[in-house]
Design a protein around this ligand. Structure first.
Ligand code: HEC
Length: 167
């Protein structure tokens, strides 16, 4: 009897001891993984890109419009107008007088609020639709495009709307 008990203890102790490093490593891994899991679960791919600049003064609008035109690709404009639903008012809605058409937007924009340039005016119209409401139209333009568009989308839209292809 006295011989049987010790071997049992001996065989069980090393087993438990062998588990200690496994548990320690697991706990460390879980602790390390928590911030990564948190990042993964709260990751919003738009967060980094979305933050468009919000120029306030006319000078800032001019500078921002010029900077956006540097990186804007007018070839994406048409797809973005579909993606963000601008066409519902600015194409389909044109016949019912809901919104002005984008045809000849570059020339029209240059005349809207001199001395504000065409591109700066268009940028202002998208970011702050209430800053200037075109005569004979209701202020129906959504006011959240500054939160919805990415900086690149804003640049592409601006490049498109200031191009002769705008429609
Ligand atoms: C729900 C309808 C609606 C949608 C959607 C809409 N707009 Fe407008 N937008 C208007 C109306 C109405 C005006 C004219 C009144 C005003 O100046 O606010 C306007 C004015 C403008 C102007 C100035 C036009 C001018 O002739 O001076 C620009 C530029 C413009 N919108 C761009 C856009 C872009 C780009 C989008 C999509 C990202 C968009 N709009 C989506 C209704 C809309």
């Amino acid at each position: 009897m006295s011989l049987e008990t010790p071997p049992m203890k001996k065989s069980s102790k090393p087993g438990r001891r062998a588990l200690v490093p496994v548990i320690v490593v697991s706990v460390i891994l879980v602790v390390i993984a928590i911030p990564f899991l948190y990042e993964l679960l709260t990751f919003d791919p738009r967060q980094q890109e979305t933050q468009v600049n919000l120029p306030q003064t006319d000078e800032e609008l001019e500078a921002e419009a010029a900077a956006l035109l540097e990186i804007g690709d007018p070839a994406n404009g048409d797809a973005l107008i579909e993606k963000h639903g601008c066409y519902a008012c600015h194409r389909i809605g044109v016949v019912n007088g809901i919104a002005p058409a984008f045809v000849d937007m570059a020339e029209i924009a240059a005349e809207r609020r001199p001395p504000l340039s065409g591109p700066a005016y268009i940028l202002q119209s998208i970011l702050y639709p209430m800053a200037y409401v075109v005569d004979d139209f209701d202020p129906a333009m959504p006011q959240n495009f500054s939160e919805v568009l990415t900086q690149q989308e804003l640049a592409d839209l601006l490049a498109y709307l200031t191009s002769p292809d705008a429609q």
